[in-house]
Write a protein that binds this ligand. Structure first.
Ligand SMILES: Nc1ncnc2c1ncn2[C@@H]1O[C@H](COP(=O)(O)OP(=O)(O)O)[C@@H](O)[C@H]1O
Ligand SMILES: [Mg+2]
Length: 243
């Protein structure tokens, strides 16, 4: 079987700044890979290019062996890749269940969705990420940060994704909320989901990843097991601020 995700010689420039600099890596089937690096290293920019939110200057992105580099974002989602955002982006005026419903139909207009509700599916997804029935009709403004992250995860799962990109998935969470999201990721790993996870919380990240890629200035500085990468000299000086 071809690899879920393969990035090859990716370059992205913003004016004079090279945010992604000849970056290549692969994520194998069912693997969970951590993507780490200091602020501004280019992690989110990589996600944005995988999703087609930014177009790369050169290089390719392949999903299951097919070059998706020129596909629209909805086409990429249909082919099995989806992401969450550093700052959760729910539809503010919609309930938990309605937000999940939109995730299930990324290409449809809200009017069409309204005529076509499949409430059982949304309920099932909401429960699977840890919501209780009392939360179903809350709007995002009524949710804690932990619940907003759960909602981001549910919307991503709802797209039918098999490759999940999680951006700063533990940011702003309490210890208890981190444990909940981590348990959810573990459960999805057991179910065969392929992950690329950006996290500054290395303690939370460690048990969730098979492998880690460290980048700085858009380029790879280390790759290997969590222990290998975290003991790498350039990772320690650029990221951890220790020599
Ligand atoms: N839309 C943009 N326009 C200009 N510069 C950008 C844009 N997005 C990101 N950058 C720059 O690209 C670099 C990488 O940013 P980003 O991918 O957000 O880093 P990270 O997620 O690792 O913190 C930073 O220097 C940032 O300022
Ligand atoms: Mg970022």
């Amino acid at each position: 079987m071809s690899r879920p995700l393969e990035i090859s010689h990716l370059v992205k420039r913003f004016g004079g700044l090279t945010a992604t600099d000849d970056l290549s890596f692969v994520v194998e089937q069912g693997q969970s890979v951590g993507l780490i690096g200091p602020n501004g290293a280019g992690k989110t920019t990589v996600f944005a290019q995988i999703m087609g939110e930014y177009r790369q200057n050169s290089g390719t992105i392949s999903l299951y062996g097919k070059d998706i580099s020129r596909d629209s974002t909805p086409e990429r989602i249909r082919q099995g890749v989806s992401r969450t955002y550093q700052v959760p982006r729910p539809f503010a005026e919609m309930s938990v269940l309605e937000n999940i419903r939109v995730g299930r139909m990324p290409n449809n207009l809200w009017q069409m969705i309204r005529r076509n509700p499949q409430r059982e599916k949304e309920v099932e997804l909401a429960l699977s990420v840890g919501f209780s029935a009392a939360d179903f009709h809350k709007i995002p403004g009524e949710l804690s940060m932990g619940d907003l992250r759960k909602l981001e995860m549910a919307r991503t799962i709802a797209t039918g994704t098999s490759v999940m990109l999680l951006d700063e998935v533990f940011a702003g969470l309490t210890v208890a909320e981190i444990a909940q999201i981590a348990a959810l990721i573990q459960q999805m790993r057991n179910d065969g989901m392929t992950f690329l996870i950006v996290s500054h919380d290395l303690k939370a990240l460690e048990p969730l990843v098979d492998r880690v890629i460290a980048i700085n200035y858009g380029t790879m500085i280390a790759e290997g097991s969590f222990a290998e990468v975290l003991s790498n000299k350039s990772v320690r000086s650029s990221y951890l601020g220790v020599a």
